[in-house]
Write a new protein. Sequence first.
Lengths: 325, 507
Amino acid sequence: MTDITKDAMMPSRSFLSQDAIQVFYRLLAALLICAVLAVLSDSFLSLGNILNVLRQASLTFFIASGLTLVVLTAGLDLSVGANVALSACIAGTVIHKTGSPALGILTGLACGGLVGLLNGIMVTALRIPSFIATYGMLWVLNGLTYWYMAGETLHGFPAGFRQIGSGYLFGLPIPVYLLLVFLGIGTFFAQRTIWGQEIYAIGANPVAARLSGIPVARRLLLVYAVSGTMAGLASIIFLSRLNSAEADIGESLTLPAIAAVLIGGTSLFGGVGTVFGTFIGALILTLVLNGMNLLSVSANWQPLVTGVIVILAVWLDMKTRRRAQ
Amino acid sequence: MSDALPVEVTTPTPLLELRGISKEFPGVKALDDVSFAVYPGEVHMLLGENGAGKSSLMKVLCGAYRADAGEFYYKGDKVAISSTADAQKLGIAVIFQEFSLVPHLDIAQNIFLGREPGGRIPGTIDRRKILADAKRVLDTIGFDIDPSTTVDKLGVAQQQMVEIAKAISQNARILVMDEPTAALSDRETELLFALIARLKGDGVSIVYISHRMAEVFALGDRITVLRDGRRIDGVKPADVTPDQLVRMMVGRNVDMTYPRNFADKPGELLLEVKGLSAPTGISDINIEVRRGEIVGLCGLVGSGRSEVARAIFGADPVTSGEIIFDGKAISGEPDLAARRGIALIPESRKSEGLALLRSVSDNLVVSALRKLFPSGLFDSRGAQRTSDALIRQLRIATPSARQTVGLLSGGNQQKVVIGKWLAAGSKLFIFDEPTRGIDIGAKSEIFALIDRLVAEGAAALMISSEQIEICHVCDRAYVMREGRIAGHLARNELTEENIVRLGMHHA
């Protein structure tokens, strides 16, 4: 009996192909939204608007990509938004004090990474559930940022630094290049390194992963540190794009990032999902918001629409996954 | 003789009688035409090896399982026990080994959980009445303690007393106790025995599951022996010797043989465990395993076999002792043990051995990632090739390496768990109940595989509750009892009787 006939008798299913199917559906959904918006609004298909959508999506994606790895291990990082705020304020201060954007960028990344590492230590060494550990961290970071900023606003950064968030290269916004770079790195890390494989294994069954000889604690530390560092990166882009930093800039970032991860098909139960899916998730989220702006729908409706999309996406995933089992 | 009820001319009708009880699970006949009678005010000992059907019988008694066939008679009248509520109405209560108390509530609240006396305002609890009632129940069993003490402040023996008080408060006439002395000290055991005598005096019948020979003879009015889900015999303690009981429990099981190529002389020392103790309850474990050997680790469930396996693998912390593997001391997490060449095939393969939602290939390479891809770069085609080779070598029945592993049969899942350690190139394979829930064909395949592994210079430490498997397959075996090594059996001493004798409690 050849492999083909055997396959026909007992359909083979793996999550690699399952992932591919999920990403395909999402791309389809994104294209559908684009088509609808193109019909409904003349300005949607303009180059300026499309680049704007990509730039917006990139900001969500930076935070959401690191978060995807955490969610793949069946964890959650609720502190990413607060981490962006603290890292931005610290990086901004360093740039103001030293005049060196490079030093500021390094400090921002280091601050983000350190916060992530602390999250990882709470989750691994102290065995606090990630949801609670990072929720507590959210408050701690908020408190630190408000105390540190004392109501002040940092404003005005060197022109070179501002290029990162608002500059163009060959007609494309620089954040879009960064988006492509980190999309590539994230996908490569998750799919093509043994660390990525181990992260999927941990998310699928942490007990079995440990008893299979995977250093679970070290991988979790890595994942939280990466999530924090990506928040640090996002803080730099924000700082550069807004040309200012305030204590409250992170408050509206965490929930959209989680939405992008979920819309992108990563399961909160771990082990299933892709970084590319998260990119599409961020894109869908931004497209919908962009469309609502173009169609002059009140911004008050945006949270509701986001919520409905998240619920729909997760429900559809659960349906397809259940069918696959 | 196995189906005949004990002929008791002088005794009255049984309080409860089970006739021809059968209970089947997929692939296993847990109870096969078992008859069993409990008379008023007697202590009825229930004896049998692991998997003999004691727990199943207990669960049928208390209504947790519904028997597939058979009848129940209460004081001679036919009754139905199809739910725990039915059993409770008949006055049957079970004291499980794992207590079902709520730790943060006090003794009185636990005793009357779910049937608290109401206060004057609907929905409230009459606190004074509940304490007084609890005090009265505690007095009847002679347990002198303040009923407002929270349960988490109590020791095991005291919690057991609360469980018994709870049962008595529900007017239990038949008390089923599952190894009640397993976690008690000698002094506590004496107190429990005194209580049992007292309850007997009040006409309460006790069904007592035990692995301790001394208890069986000290307490029992009657003994029922189960084996392979069947009732083997019902006897009175005065009419048997401990040796006879052991033979009844073990019996003969001639239709299963697993041929093995025993090596002429064992190879070099691979694993040496010296004085190992762990907070999980094992102490002073000394074990040696040589290349080319399959060494058995037997004993009753709960004697600490899995804990030894986990401690060697680094899955649980250890308090003292040494583990020397391949000439070098080893301590740390499982990733270290795995990298050194130790493999653990855990008891519950679904929850501890596999990522059920991932593919066969993902599961097969998960322990060998570093070995297969030393550069750190994962290549799914390389993983596929390795998996395909293992699927062929182990004859894993799967349509492809991309099949979700949770969809395979138990035997094939077990092969995947073993396969992942073959891919990793392990030298010592620790098997914890490798044939549990696996059909006979797959069993002999797995034993043939283990035999081949050790013939090629690896070694195996095998935990099994199936003594017959240990006897057929192992070069020698250690027998555990209460967290310690109770004895060592060389190849020529390896019989089921010897294993059971060492694993039981004589003193």
